[in-house]
Design a protein around this ligand. Structure first.
Ligand SMILES: [Zn+2]
Ligand SMILES: [Zn+2]
Length: 144
């Protein structure tokens, strides 16, 4: 497997395990800045927050406004603002980079806290409507 490096400090990331219920999630952490990288799906396991997972997968934007490169696949990342918490998500593999305290903040969010997409996010998704059907967004917002 390719060696993973911190997108901020370029230190080699170290494996560590986080327990959540039945799940044992192996994450990559940076011992310099204490940021961490989660592969696709791991954020869902750690937070149990499906709307949050959706933002980092099917509602992910198409334009990159993050300066970071994905530690896993080297692709460009997109900055997603979730209730004021700004996380970086890989547009290619949907891996998530979190700064040191962001996982704790995300864990405190409940699914219902993420019912609304920001107007900017909606505009971005409408621009990319070939990728995301409008009805999908609307049913996601209002159908639950
Ligand atoms: Zn770092
Ligand atoms: Zn990636």
């Amino acid at each position: 497997m390719m060696k993973r490096e911190c997108p901020h400090c370029f230190d080699t990331l170290k494996k560590s395990n986080l327990k959540k219920g039945l799940w044992n999630v192996e994450i990559d952490t940076c011992s310099s800045c204490h940021g961490l990288f989660l592969d696709r799906g791991e954020l869902l396991r750690l937070t149990d927050n499906r709307p949050l997972h959706n933002i980092t997968t099917k509602y992910l934007g198409v334009d990159s406004d993050s300066k970071l490169l994905c530690p896993s696949c080297g692709s460009i990342m997109d900055m997603e603002s979730i209730n004021g918490i700004e996380i970086d998500v890989c547009l290619q593999c949907n891996g998530v980079w979190l700064d040191s305290d962001e996982l704790e903040k995300l864990k405190e969010l409940e699914s219902k806290d993420i019912e609304q997409l920001s107007p900017e996010k909606l505009a971005e998704l409408y621009d990319a409507k070939s990728a995301v059907p409008t009805s999908g967004i609307l049913s996601w917002l209002f159908g639950r």
